[in-house]
Design a protein around this ligand. Sequence first.
Ligand SMILES: C[S@@+](CC[C@H](N)C(=O)[O-])C[C@H]1O[C@@H](n2cnc3c(N)ncnc32)[C@H](O)[C@@H]1O
Length: 436
Amino acid sequence: MVGEIHPRKKQGFKIFSNGLELAVKILEILEKNKDMILAREQVFKGGNYYQKSKEIATIITNEVGRRLGVIDRIIEEAQGEELKKSSSLLRSALRVGSYLVYFDRKEPAGILAAMKPFLEKKGGIGLIKRLSYVLRKVSKYKPKVKADIEAVCFWYYFFPEWITRKMIESFGEEKTIKIMEEMNKTPYMSVRVNTRKISKEDLARILGERYQYELEIVKDMPFLKLEKNYPVMKIEEYEKGFFTVQDFVTAAGIKKMIYKLPEGATVLDCCSAPGRKLSYLMQERNDLKVFAMDISLERLKRMIRDFKRLGIELPYIIKGTATKVPLKIEFDFVHLDVPCSGSGTWGKHPERRWLTEEDHFKECIIIQREILKEASRLTKKDGYILYSTCSLWKEENEDNISWFLSENRDFELIEEERSYPVRASTGFYHAILRKT
Ligand SMILES: C[S@@+](CC[C@H](N)C(=O)[O-])C[C@H]1O[C@@H](n2cnc3c(N)ncnc32)[C@H](O)[C@@H]1O
């Protein structure tokens, strides 16, 4: 996967070695902040690195992240000792090295040579010796795989056993395998065209002709589907606010609301930041009176920056919790894109399948229900609630809606829809409710 660079050629060696150094640093930060995107941002902005080294580090950390628990098991069984006893630096170097040796079939000696220049400075000769010993063991390691579905999903699809059990309970074996396969495919990228500034045909032509992006126009929505993860946020058309990065699958509920809402409707978006769904609604409907809230100031600031870039008027902004909204008015539309377990995003963010706690979704349900309860008070008669999550679990989706309807007899379910991951797209659920 990272094999185009020949480690023995001088320049290529340096680029490769720097790539491994960056990957190790990213994994060290990931241990603390549990957020791969932020960890990469933090490491990449800190120095003057080759673009190619950053690309190598991105590929390696993505693939290590996908296999995190599997790699840890390989290392622990190979060295006969728990990884938690090692320093964060050694653990991260072992993870990078073991991925390259076991999954990418690289020679331990070549990997050690590439890691030596930076590890020697930070960890000393003892760390290099340990790494050398373990990588040689890993190169000869053969797992004893049991013939059961949990073992298959662990070793071949890289999912922890508890996720396999939970998916099988929800979807059965065949669908579980299908979801895992799709989550492991190379993701496509999707961008929403800012139709206030440019048509989707014109943007498609620019991206195709000027940047040679392979793309398709999405039918009936202002979206383009790009074949892969192009660096779209670095081009001038992004700066000009011609588009925003957004998975069109997650815009399905808002698309319906664009057509349902009456002229001049009042809107409260309770978990709005960074505002992708809201800016879609507002770019298509400039007649709405909108309040946007979120608990995170950082994310609200990102939202404001993005609205300015897109040239969309800012809503009234409230920083606070949607479980206790400081407003006494009622709205035609209350949007609840609630915090959730994120189990539908394990294709795009593969490391999160290893970093998420098994019981995390139970905490999410408590907040989701409190937010739903508060929304019932804030919805006008004949008004709508759009509830959505990027979770696969029915406890956060259909079960929450059934619970809400049983507690609120004055609401009816208009429609609900689920989409499952395809080429690592987001697994998404939405329900539209109306107050009668
Ligand atoms: C799924 S994200 C929202 C994405 C956003 N709707 C968009 O389209 O870009 C969930 C959001 O809920 C926010 N959040 C978490 N707990 C909250 C709470 N108690 N009240 C309000 N917002 C909350 C998070 O900060 C996060 O921004």
